[in-house]
Design a protein around this ligand. Structure first.
Ligand code: GUN
Ligand code: FE
Length: 423
């Protein structure tokens, strides 16, 4: 992996709404880290092998900051139900199956491969509450070349008979899981209280302490659905707002990602901004479960960190290119709801959220910045019909909406080539 030189039309998102384009350019990485993007091959690399992807786009590989691995087998199911009914009827029974390690192995191997084949190289991912299945998930992701964070889910209330731990079990299994996953290189553990209704105060307090002691990032759900919000208020009459139920246990800081944030009001958004919490927008899920349309433009304007997630299997696609297109559509619905007072997202903005904004959570600089780990994909749109020659910006926009099967030609993750399309 010492030297990687990729040739193609290099497009990156160095800032919200901005694309850097180098046609027939060179993206170069040494020892897995980007040295730069160059219009001509620099002298010092003369004679080195460049992989030529012809007219293909060379893009940043996206980061999916919120999805549920054990829900992968049930994508597209129960889409006529609101969140809480959908969890009880579909999600919890499906997750309960991951008590079986063989089933976990089969599903997670497929999931890991499908993620990589679609170009997703970084994740913040929920497993189920099962320790063993969570280790299997981490193994399979690591083997396939996916990087990022995985959480053994903690839930000691309101899960039903087949998907619930006692508080003691949840704590002990989490500690054991942390011991057992020490040796993974590219997949690291994340504290994962499922959401406030799933965790007793005692468990939340334990997870907050654990995150602080072990320096763990944190993921959960926030203000996704109105019935959920009302339930949280009943469970925590001492908290004026949903976010406070996390904050009071030390689960609210700059290493926290909160999925959805559809119903966050001005105070909740301010609390996110003040603490540096990342809101993960999951437009497909929000539409499928009739949760609402998140105020993404307002969050961005106010300086809240926003990234994108598929929320499989509230979301019905594993593709972050699809998720970016859905974010644009959701922002248009929001514009109508806001009496045309908010702008919809441009393709460049949505792609920034899908790539650079997610990578920021992993400490990377935006775009193909020198020093970043090489996370990239080669995307071929050459088989699509074209009414006239398109600019690279138009090609990227189109690829968010339309792709031929096999469009993702190759993928690099943390400097390594992890996928090559079969012809
Ligand atoms: N809130 C708590 N658990 C879940 C889940 O699995 N999916 C979604 N969309 N929201 C949740
Ligand atoms: Fe979710």
């Amino acid at each position: 992996m010492a030297l990687t030189i990729l040739k193609g039309t290099v497009v990156s998102a160095p800032a919200l709404g901005k694309l850097d384009v180098t046609e027939r350019g060179y993206l170069i990485a040494e020892e897995g880290r980007i040295t730069g993007v160059f219009p001509v091959l620099p002298e010092r690399y003369a004679g080195a092998h460049a992989e030529d992807f012809g007219d293909a786009l060379i893009l940043q590989a996206p980061a999916d900051l919120h999805l549920h691995a054990p829900q992968y087998p049930m994508m597209g199911m129960g889409m006529d139900l609101p969140l809480l009914d959908w969890l009880n009827t579909y999600a919890f029974p499906t997750e309960a199956r991951f008590a079986d390690p063989d089933y976990a192995r089969e599903v997670y191997r497929r999931l890991a491969r499908d993620l990589i084949a679609g170009g997703t190289t970084r994740v913040c991912m929920f497993s189920s509450l099962h320790r063993q299945a969570t280790l299997i998930l981490m193994e399979e992701l690591e083997r396939a070349g996916v990087t990022g964070y995985v959480g053994k889910v903690n839930m000691d209330r309101n899960g039903g008979p087949n998907l619930q731990e006692t508080t003691e079990e949840s704590m002990a299994e989490t500690l054991r899981w942390l011991e057992e996953c020490r040796d993974f290189r590219h997949i690291r553990p994340m504290a994962t209280p499922r959401f406030t209704p799933s965790c007793t105060d005692e468990l939340m307090a334990f997870l907050g302490r654990l995150a602080a002691e072990r320096d763990l990032p944190i993921q959960s759900h926030l203000s996704e659905n109105t019935a959920e919000g009302a339930w949280v208020r009943r469970l925590h009459p001492d908290c004026g707002q949903y976010w406070e139920t996390y904050a009071k246990y030390g689960l609210w800081n700059e290493r926290t990602v909160m999925a959805h944030c559809v119903w966050c009001d001005g105070w909740e958004r301010q609390a996110m901004k003040d603490a540096g919490v990342t809101a993960v927008h999951c437009p497909d899920s929000n539409q499928n479960l009739c949760s609402g349309a998140a105020p993404v433009r307002v969050m961005l304007r106010e300086g809240v960190k926003v990234a994108l997630g598929t929320d499989v299997a509230g979301g019905d696609t594993l593709s972050m290119l699809d998720a970016a297109a859905s974010a644009i559509r959701a922002s248009k619905a929001r514009r109508v709801m806001d009496s045309w007072e908010t702008d919809f997202l441009t393709a460049a903005e949505a792609w920034y959220l899908a790539t650079s904004a997610g990578a920021a959570f992993f400490g990377e600089r935006p775009g193909f910045a020198p020093g970043n780990e090489l996370h990239a994909l080669a995307l071929d749109d050459g088989k699509l019909l074209q009414p006239h020659p398109l600019t690279p910006e138009e090609r990227l926009e189109r690829c968010l909406y339309v792709r031929q099967p096999g469009a993702v030609r190759a993928v690099w993750s943390a400097g390594r080539r992890v996928f090559t399309a079969k012809d």
